[in-house]
Write a protein that binds this ligand. Structure first.
Ligand SMILES: Nc1ncnc2c1ncn2[C@@H]1O[C@H](COP(=O)(O)OP(=O)(O)OP(=O)(O)O)[C@@H](O)[C@H]1O
Length: 255
């Protein structure tokens, strides 16, 4: 498993600097939560980290190798990226959508080799989708589709997993389950990067935090140390109290 490192990364979109000299270290075996206000640059950071948006300046390396040198197929085998609000544009079964997560591993021609079927079944089971496997993915609720997309992103057990707001639209049971699955991947040594607005969930699952403000990395490091009311207050311009007790930590916005 490999660390993902961004060095001096800047991105200009439509003439605006939206990521300014980002130096970020995403460690293998850690779950890093990316937080920040709307428009701060979280999705941009994740797209660059996934190798989908080339930075105007700086470089991104996985296990010491620049993403460009790893190549598109090599990268597709090693990392999965789940964008914010993913869509399915035509009627394809839930099972087929999940199988798409294996595309980079499959031979170029022919059907799905039987050896992969148990992986697909396990991914459907993990995300509580067995009853929906033959349903067209265009006929699902928002939360059901979000679970399908998580199953697709994780079915290949990618070394690097990057997910943007994966729990948006999930009910509490499924959000907690999804968060636990992401945690389990990090515990198994994978590099897991998750952008989240749900700060309670972030506190619950993060090993590390990267806080983005106005296109700059405001702070990054161990969640225990830097997840404080003061840091969150400065990040979101709102008074925040972080309380830690026997049940874990919780966040209260005070105004
Ligand atoms: N495709 C694009 N073209 C031009 N500007 C963009 C594009 N995508 C994002 N931006 C701009 O880049 C900045 C950062 O956007 P980004 O989506 O990275 O923020 P974010 O922190 O993920 O926000 P949110 O929490 O609302 O999802 C914003 O000012 C946004 O308007």
């Amino acid at each position: 498993m490999s660390d993902l490192v961004l060095e001096g990364v800047s991105v200009v979109r439509r003439g605006r600097l939206v990521l300014d000299w980002a130096d970020v270290h995403f460690a293998a075996g850690r779950l890093t939560v990316v937080i920040g206000a709307n428009g701060a640059g979280k999705s941009t950071l994740l797209e660059v980290a996934a190798g989908l948006l080339p930075p105007g300046r700086g470089q991104v390396t996985l296990g010491g190798a620049p993403l460009a040198a790893i190549g598109r197929q090599g990268l597709a085998r090693r990392r999965a990226y789940l964008p914010q609000s993913p869509r399915v544009d035509w009627a394809i079964s839930v099972e087929r959508v999940v199988a798409l997560g294996l595309s980079a591993h499959l031979p170029a021609f022919g059907g799905l080799p039987a050896i992969w079927q148990p992986r697909i079944d396990a991914a459907l089971d993990r995300y509580d989708l067995l009853a929906l496997r033959d349903r067209p993915a265009t006929r699902l609720s928002g939360g059901e589709l979000a679970r399908v997309m998580l199953a697709r992103a994780t079915v290949g057990e990618p070394e690097l997993l990057i997910v943007d707001e994966p729990t948006a639209g999930l009910d509490p049971r499924h959000a907690l389950d999804a968060a636990k699955r992401l945690r389990a991947l990090a515990d198994a040594g994978h590099t897991v990067i998750v952008a989240l607005h749900d700060l309670d969930l972030a506190l619950r699952i993060a090993d590390d935090v990267v806080a983005v403000r106005n296109g700059r990395i405001a702070v990054q490091g161990d969640a225990e140390t830097i997840f404080t009311g003061e840091m969150l207050g400065a990040l979101y311009d709102v008074a925040v109290r972080v309380t830690r007790d026997a049940d874990g930590a919780s966040i209260r916005f005070l105004d």
